[in-house]
Design a protein around this ligand. Sequence first.
Ligand SMILES: NC(=O)c1ccc[n+]([C@@H]2O[C@H](COP(=O)([O-])OP(=O)(O)OC[C@H]3O[C@@H](n4cnc5c(N)ncnc54)[C@H](O)[C@@H]3O)[C@@H](O)[C@H]2O)c1
Ligand SMILES: [Fe+2]
Length: 373
Amino acid sequence: MSHWTYHNPVAVHFGAGVLETLPKLLAGRKASIVTFPEAEHVGLLARLKGLVGDGLVGIVDTTQPNPDVDGLDAMYRAFWREQAASEVIVAVGGGSALDTAKALMVGTESGEFDALLALLATGKPFKPQRVKTLIAVPTTSGTGSEVTAWATIWHRAAGKKHSLHLPETWAEAAVVDPELTLSLPPGPTLAAGLDALSHSLESIWNVNANPVSDQHAVTAARMVLATLPALMNDLGNIDLRSRMSLAAMTAGLAFSNTRTALAHSISYDMTMHHGLPHGIACSFTLGMVLGRAIGASAGRDAVLARVFDVPLAQAPAELDRFLETLGVSTRFESYGVTAAESERMIANALEGVRGKNFIGAAGGAMLNPGVTA
Ligand SMILES: NC(=O)c1ccc[n+]([C@@H]2O[C@H](COP(=O)([O-])OP(=O)(O)OC[C@H]3O[C@@H](n4cnc5c(N)ncnc54)[C@H](O)[C@@H]3O)[C@@H](O)[C@H]2O)c1
Ligand SMILES: [Fe+2]
């Protein structure tokens, strides 16, 4: 077997009610809360203030879905001007709030977001001038952002997206409390759940896969396939919510080491130009991408076969059926994209950074060719 490395430094605290351990995790440190606007309405903000207690330096509760350079600019300046004294950011929300917190935690010398954007635009790693510690508390079960170092920062006006990824942007701790997802409405619950499925599969048909990421990915994908349809019919069921929180976090452990691949590469176009929520944009093509992945590598086929209860050759149609049954069309035409446009979009996506991680891409040879487990 070839050499490989798996690394994830995040301490995971999991279970219904585990949010109550926050004071112990903060251990007297000064903290800022970064959360989503509805947190006040669902009673979460008041609870968080109580848990952070006297160490509370400030609150940012104006995070927006799919954080964009436009909104981040003023938020970042205000954060570094008014809350520089905090040692820890307690980020509470979906992937959008967690990714916003990751952008805020990386401080530039000037305290201006422009300076961070200029560093991101180089696409190269850099050493932040100052940095806060992150405690990540997901309130959706999907992105796995609590156990990854990535943050997606959109720049719609420029038609771009940036990926922030530094050794400093891993959370110190992930506090995964499924009770916090009970207030999540059906649409975001479905989108988030499918994002987790996409993360699992994308880390298997990925040139960076290794036996540990595979193990997490197979477990997570099977859990989503078995749980999400039941959850959509019973959103108040804490057992099903817990299973989805575990699946999403486990999928995060998988793709934290592999990154994503073709389905996510296609999704960026679908979100930017066709307004699809991230979880739908990165999942409606999963059957099609699976069809392209099968046969690229016998070792990858063996791992993919462990995800499905039908023979692998039937799995793309089975995946399409799973999505359609949940009300997600698997056809580009349903989202206003013609067949010719979709072919162009897929070709472009294969050339993108994430597309090149796909085993079915030209030159997409396994970095760990001996890995079959
Ligand atoms: N960093 C990563 O590894 C990673 C991975 C995948 C996706 N993402 C990013 O995550 C974002 C999507 O995140 P998401 O799917 O978690 O959705 P989200 O964070 O955008 O949340 C969806 C909506 O639900 C609200 N909300 C969140 N939790 C709630 C709760 N418990 N109760 C009521 N309302 C709640 C939010 O305010 C928002 O309006 C995208 O921007 C995507 O690019 C990041
Ligand atoms: Fe995703």
